[in-house]
Design a binder for this molecule. Structure first.
Ligand code: AQP
Length: 350
C-alpha cells in the first residue's frame, strides 16, 4: 500500500527552499497518505563530523515540521539515529550498490570538492543510507526538491538490483509482492519508489545568484530566507535580492535567460498557490521595485505563523523529545519487521 517517506538534515537553518521544495509538500500529503517524516541526523555527520549542538538542530527541524502543520499523532515524526535499522540496511545496500554508481552522484562531487580522497566514506555512501531510510519502511513515494532526483534514481536502482539478485529467495520465503514499475508490475520485496517533485518551486535559487540553489551552507545569509527570519529580515533580503533591470514579462516564456526574475516569480507563485503564468498575468510589465514589496508581504504572511510556532515549540524541548521518542518507537516497529525479512532473504541466521 502507498506510504510516503522523506527526511531533512539537521545541518543548519531551514530556508524557503526546504520549505517550498519539501516541508510544505509533507504537510499536503498527510491529508491522504500514510507518512513518515524523519530528521536524518546520521546524514548530518557525513560532510561534517563534529557539530556544536546537534541536539538543538534536531529539535529545531522537528519544531519546523510541527510548526508547518505535520501531525505527529496521525503520522510518524522521529530522528533517524534512534532506529538502528537505517544503519543496518545501509550496510546491506553498500554491498548491493556499486562504487561506480556512487562516484557519479553530482552532490558527492560538489560536496567533496577537489580533495575527493579526503572526503568521508560516509559522504560517498550517503545515497545508500538514503535508500535505506526510504526502503526500511518500503515507502512508495518520496516528496523532495529537484536536487534529490539523482539520489532517488539510485534508490530505485538499489531496489531493482536487490529484487533481481534475490528474486528466488524472495519467492521461496513467500515475501514477494506485486511491485509497480512504471506501467508494469513485477514481483519483488522492495517497492520502486516514485519521487514527488512538482509545483513551481522544486528548485528555489539563491537570492544573490540565480544559478546556485538556495542552500543552508551558503556563507551569505542574504542568499536565503530562513524559516526563523522575522518580517524585517525577510523584507530586507527580498529588497536586496539580485534582479535584472527589466520589467517583468507578461508570460513565463519571457523569463527564459532571466534566472533571478524566474526565481522570484516562482517563489511568489508557490507561496500564493498560483502558476507562474497567473502571477505574470497580474505583474507583467511591472518593475521589480513594485513586485518586491508585494512578494515580501506575501512571504511574511505565509512564513510568520510558522516562525512564531517554531519559536514556541523550541521553548518546550521536552515536548519535542517526547514526539521524537514516540515516533521512533512506531518507526522502529516497522523497521524491525523489514530487517527480519531482509535477513531471511539474504540468509542470515536469526
Ligand atoms: N533550494 C531548494 N529548493 C527546493 N528544495 C530544496 N531542498 C533543499 N534545497 C532546496 C529540499 O529540502 C529537503 C531537505 O534538504 P536537506 O536538508 O536534507 O538537504 P540539502 O538538499 O543538502 O539542503 P541544503 O539546504 O542545500 O543544505 P546544504 O547547504 O547542506 O547542501 C530535500 O527534499 C531537498 O531536496
Amino acid at each position: 500500500s502507498p506510504r510516503v517517506f522523506s527526511g531533512v538534515q539537521p545541518t543548519g537553518n531551514l530556508h524557503l527552499g526546504n520549505y517550498l521544495g519539501a516541508i510544505r509538500k509533507f504537510v499536503a500529503l498527510q491529508e491522504s497518505q500514510d507518512c513518515i517524516y524523519c530528521v536524518v541526523d546520521l546524514h548530518a555527520i557525513t560532510a561534517q563530523l563534529v557539530h556544536d549542538d546537534l541536539k538543538s538542530q534536531i529539535r529545531s527541524i522537528t519544531a519546523a515540521f510541527l510548526a508547518a502543520g505535520i501531525d505527529p499523532k496521525r503520522h510518524i515524526v522521529f530522528n533517524q539515529s534512534r532506529v538502528s535499522g537505517h544503519a543496518e540496511l545501509a550496510w546491506i545496500f553498500n554491498c548491493v550498490a556499486r562504487i561506480g554508481w556512487m562516484n557519479r552522484m553530482t552532490q558527492f562531487k560538489e560536496k567533496a570538492g577537489k580533495d575527493r580522497e579526503n572526503a568521508s566514506l560516509g559522504l560517498l555512501a550517503y545515497p545508500s543510507l538514503m535508500a535505506a531510510d526510504i526502503l526500511l519502511y518500503r515507502a512508495t513515494h518520496v516528496p523532495v526538491g529537484d536536487d534529490q532526483k539523482q539520489h532517488l534514481e539510485l534508490t530505485r536502482d538499489i531496489a531493482i538490483k536487490f529484487n533481481n539478485d534475490f528474486s528466488g529467495r524472495i519467492a521461496a520465503a513467500g515475501l514477494g509482492t506485486e511491485i509497480a514499475m512504471g506501467e508494469e508490475t513485477v514481483n519483488g520485496y522492495f517497492p520502486i519508489t516514485e519521487p514527488l517533485i512538482g509545483g513551481e518551486a522544486t528548485r528555489v535559487m539563491s537570492l544573490k545568484d540565480g544559478s546556485k540553489k538556495m542552500s543552508k551552507s551558503d556563507p551569505s545569509d542574504l542568499s536565503r530566507i530562513n524559516l526563523t527570519d522575522d518580517a524585517e529580515q525577510i523584507a530586507r533580503k527580498i529588497k536586496k535580492a539580485k534582479t535584472d533591470p527589466n520589467a517583468l514579462p507578461s508570460e513565463p516564456k519571457g523569463l527564459e535567460g532571466r534566472a533571478e526574475a524566474d526565481n522570484l516569480v516562482g517563489i511568489y507563485a508557490a507561496l500564493a498557490d498560483l502558476s507562474k503564468a497567473d502571477v505574470l498575468k497580474d505583474f507583467g510589465g511591472r518593475q521589480f521595485s513594485e513586485f518586491k514589496p508585494v512578494l515580501a508581504e506575501l512571504a511574511v504572511e505565509k512564513l510568520s505563523p510558522i516562525n512564531a510556532e517554531m519559536r514556541r515549540l523550541i521553548d518546550d524541548p521536552a515536548h519535542i523529545d517526547a514526539v521524537l521518542k514516540d515516533g521512533g518507537e512506531r518507526a522502529g516497529a516497522i523497521a524491525e519487521k523489514t530487517m527480519a525479512d531482509v535477513k531471511e532473504i539474504i540468509g542470515f541466521l536469526q
